[in-house]
Structures are given as C-alpha cells and as structure tokens.
Write a protein that binds this ligand. Sequence first.
Ligand code: BES
Ligand code: ZN
Length: 647
Amino acid sequence: MIVLMISLMQYALAYELDVNTFSNYLDVQNRHLHLEWLLNMDKKYINATSSYRFQVVGRSINKITLDIYKLNIYSTYLQNGLSLPHTIDNPYEDSDQGSRLNIQLDKTYYKGQYIELSIKYSIDSRSRSISFMTKEQTSTKTMPYIFSQCEDANCRALAPLQDTPSVKQTYTATVIFKDTEAADVFMSADESKEEFQVLHRPQDQAGFTWKYKYFIQKVPIPSYLIAIVAGNIKKVPTSTGGRTFLVSEPDKIEAYTAELKEMEQFMQAIEQYIGPYTWGTYTLVIQPASFPIGGMENPLLTFANPTIMTGTGSGLDVTIHEMAHSWFGNTITCVNWANMWINEGFTVFLERKASYFHYQIPDDIKLNAIIGNTSMYQDMLGFGLNSNFSSLHPDTTGLNPDDSFSKIPYEKGYQFLSYLESIVGEADFQSMLRAYLVQYKYQSIDQQEFQNFLLRYLYEKQVDDYSTKRYKILENWNKWVYSPGLPPVILDFSTPKLAEAYDYTNAYITADGQQPTKWQSYFTFLHSQKQVFLEDLFKQAQNNLLKINVINQMDKDLKLTEEKDFELKFRWFRAILTAGDKTRFIQISDFLGSVGRGKMVYPVYRALNQLDHDFAVQTFKTHEAFYHPIAKNNIKNILGLKENIIQ
Ligand code: BES
Ligand code: ZN
C-alpha cells in the first residue's frame, strides 16, 4: 500500500525546476518566436525585433520575465502597438547567468490566454553566443563571417528568451543582409517558401543590395537550438539519398564532400537501431577553425569544427554523434542542465550502436568507451571526486551551467545506460528506447521520468523476471545519478587491443631512446588505439617516466609533431609538454593558433602553462583575436588571467 502511494506520488510530482533561468516559465510559455534580424556583419552588430506568442500555463500573470545577456533592449510592446514598460535587473550581481528582463503587461492574463508581444533590441560584439569574425579570420578572406553557439545558456545573448530547455517553441525568421557581406545565410530551420511581413525594410545604397531570407522551424524546439551562420558559404549535397548536405566556405568544399560521402549511410545506421529520421534534411556546416567545440546538433543544421575533417575519415564519429542528437536532445530534451545526460548520455549510447552497425568493429566501441572513461576521470579529478559536478546531477544554481560542462554526462551517462541494458537485455532495451521516443516526442523530461517510463514499459510488456529486473534497476539508480565520483558499478570494456597499445608505450620507454623492434605496429593500430597509446604516454609523462630521448625517437619514427590529425596531435603535445620538452614550442604555438576547439586547445594550454607560464601567456596573446569568446574565456581561466572568477 505504502509502495503504491509512493509511486503514485512520483507521478503526481512535477518535473524538476530549471535554476538557470530567470524567466517565469512555470506560469507562461512561449509557443512561437519570430525573429527579424538585420545583419551588419562588418560593423559587428545585429538590429533585431523578436515577436512572441506566449500562453499562460500556470497562475494568472501581469508580468513576463525573460533571460538576456548583454543585449541592448530598446522597446517592448504588444503587437497591437501598445507600449509596455520594462525594467532590467541582475538577481545575481556580476553573474554569468546574465540579467532579467521584466515586461509589465497591460492587464492580468489567465490560464489558457495568449499574449502577443514584440521586443526591439540589438546584439553587438559583446555577445557570447554570436562570433563576429572579420574576413581575415576566415579561410577565403573575402567576407566577414558570423556563427552562433547557444548551448547551453547562451541563447539569452541572441534574443530575450525563456532560456531553459524545458520550454519548446516553433520559430520563424527573416534575415536581411548585404550581398557584399554574405554569400548566403542558414538557420536551424527550413527555408520558407512564404515571405514574412518585414517590419523594418532598410534602404538600398550604392555599392550593395540588401538580400532577404525566410526560415521556418515547424517542430517545437528549446531555444538553445536556435542557430545562424552567414558568410562566404555555400551548400552542396553529399552522398546519395538526397537528404544530406554540406555547408562551408567554397575553397575546401570539394575535399570535405569527398570525406563525407558516407553521410547517408551514417544516417541509415542510426535509423537501423532507433527508427526513421523525421526532421527531413540533414545539413552539416564545417565552420572556421575557431569554432569552439567539436560539433553542435542544431536541428537541420549541425555545426562542426574543421578538425573533424582529417582526410582519413577518423573524425567522423562527431558527425554520427550530432546526427544521433536528432532523437536524443532534439526530440526528447532534458528539462534542465542538471539532467544533461538525458541528452548526451543517450546520444553517446546511440552513436556507439550506430558506429558498430556501420563499421562493425566491436573493439573500437570498447576503446572509445575507455578513452571516454579516461577523460571523464580527468574531469572528475578536476572538479574533485566529491564535487556534485562529478555526478550525473550537477547543481549550477547562480552559475553559468557551462561551468559544469564535462565528459561526465556523456560517459557516466553512457555507462549507466549500458548497465541498464545489461539488466534489461539488448532487444527489450532497444524497443524500450523506441517507445520512449514516441511517448515523449517534443517534450522535455528529467531522469525520474525516464525511470518511471522504463519500469512501466517493462511491466506492461510483461518481460521475463520483471521483479528481479525492477529490483536491479532500482538498486543502484540513485547512486548512479546523484553520487559524485566513479560509478557504483565498474563496467569492463577491456580488449586485447588495449594491452597492445600499453605494450607499445612500454616498448618505447624500455628501448630508452632506441627504436623498438615492433615500432611499425602503430601504423596498423585502430584510430582509437592510437589515442589510447597517446593517453598512456601522457600518464607516463605525469609519472616522470617519459624521457626526452624517447620523445625524440618516437617523433622520428611516427612523425607526431607533423601529424595532420589533431585528435592525435593535441595528445602528443600534451604528453611531451608534461614530460618537460621545451624544444617544440614553435610547432605548439602554431598548433594553438590554428585550432580553437576547446577539447584540443585547453589541455595543451594547461600543460604549457605548467611548464612555462610566460610562454603560455605570450602564445595566448599572439592568438587571442583568433579564438571564439567562449574559448578565450576558458583559456584565460586556465592561465589565471581572469580578474573575476565567479565561484
Ligand atoms: N551538444 C554538444 C555540444 C555542447 C554541449 C555544447 C554542452 C555546449 C554545451 C555536442 O553534441 C557534443 O557533444 N559535441 C562534442 C562531440 C561529441 C562527439 C562528443 C564536442 O564538441 O566535443
Ligand atoms: Zn552531444
């Protein structure tokens, strides 16, 4: 009886709150957003009007509060023209969470009623979402370039929004730009056949023409999935199948298309596990090198860093990962950033299933899980094994949720799902995931809801040994989610290929500056195995076991300093800097000035900073203009150059 009451109570409880939004989203929620943006790419600002259709969903209201970050707000008014007073305040002074925009309504609105209002504002180069780049910072050097990066709490720097993954809305947009400043513009939406009414039509002037593009996203999405890219870019189809496309600057587009010829097959491998892709087309944008992350799953328009194009296909796991977000993250979304594993853990799980279907190399999946586990452990040590940031449920009250970003939601989330799969059985787990997608399509949920669904599904399906399975699922659940540090159950991903990689490191170390007999086996290693070897090398360096003569012999044999594949190169530089090697500073500085992907740049800055702080700072100053605002900020933190670090 008590058990029944407790489980009924769980159903009655609402989802978890989002502590990282200032919006009154429990009372009122936006259903549709329309953006009208006039891009001034050279002058680095955007004149904007945003229009909303809010619906009261909770208590009656006379005020709407939205999230903003360094936006210039000019006016707020009802769409019938009535001006509405607004104020701006900062509930957390100097906080990375931004400010609160309070809009006073004309009267009280009650549950079910709609409120249509608009805001005139502008975005400038202080934006932490939009990167305004000069033409010199691009590859073709012909036009300026802009791109946005909103996850997780940066869309408040793009428009006044309910910046929480728990609210979903459809959106449309009109983008107005000069033909001399951008060849094309794309958003995380379809191009609309219908032209929208334009509120502010600029005058044409000598020397350029204003161009108009119209976008529509018919699927309700959380605001962190709004995205834009503009510059000297063009779009071409990749592979057969007619639904996959590539966008990039024109100079590299042919090479990129060649490397992406299997994009359709990647999609099919994912569909084989999880069911049909329902978003329509899929476009991958290869951004300039300063793009701060590996990839971002903006719907219909994934953004990726050019380091994923290695020429050998070795970086394409990022593409599979971002495609997999179309189901986990973009269709079912986490309700707040504490539940990020509902996006990332599930996506890694699907990515590895698809990767297995496509490449058929089971060892590769295991090795990737091991590499992921190693980075996760490093992140845990960075936060502290007892910090709640080392759990699957970090508390980021008053902070920018980005501060808790780590591999933990990815890898602990992946391990948790693999563990649940081992209890449930592969076939039932797969069909459960398909049913889960049907049940929560276009919704945002928390981990408790996933648990409820999983148990309900198994019960209703009358699976064998239901009560034993239920017991096992619940036995460690809260430890998996809430306990910091290593997971309660350690999974075994070992394979002989792991030992082979470790033996290879040892052979070099034992050879003490000579060439070991099996030195050529590196060239037959899986790409993941090469990463394991380089991770191991870093560990040896940390333990003072990697000597300069060994480094030199390895470099002579394996040409790692000249490596074009940055996934390998950054690990090599991190290892040799940790070993105290100061002889490759020029190449390391060149590397740090040619890539802005945090995963690759931060570890090298960390190692460089420990070895030679002055040189690290000098290197950063040399390349500062190249980095994205997010990366710049993180590097400053690493080098201790930030005056106000918000704890
Ligand atoms: N959604 C993430 C990127 C992200 C997460 C941006 C959190 C901001 C905050 C994306 O899907 C991702 O996980 N990218 C990874 C690559 C992936 C293969 C693990 C990256 O950029 O490293
Ligand atoms: Zn992801």
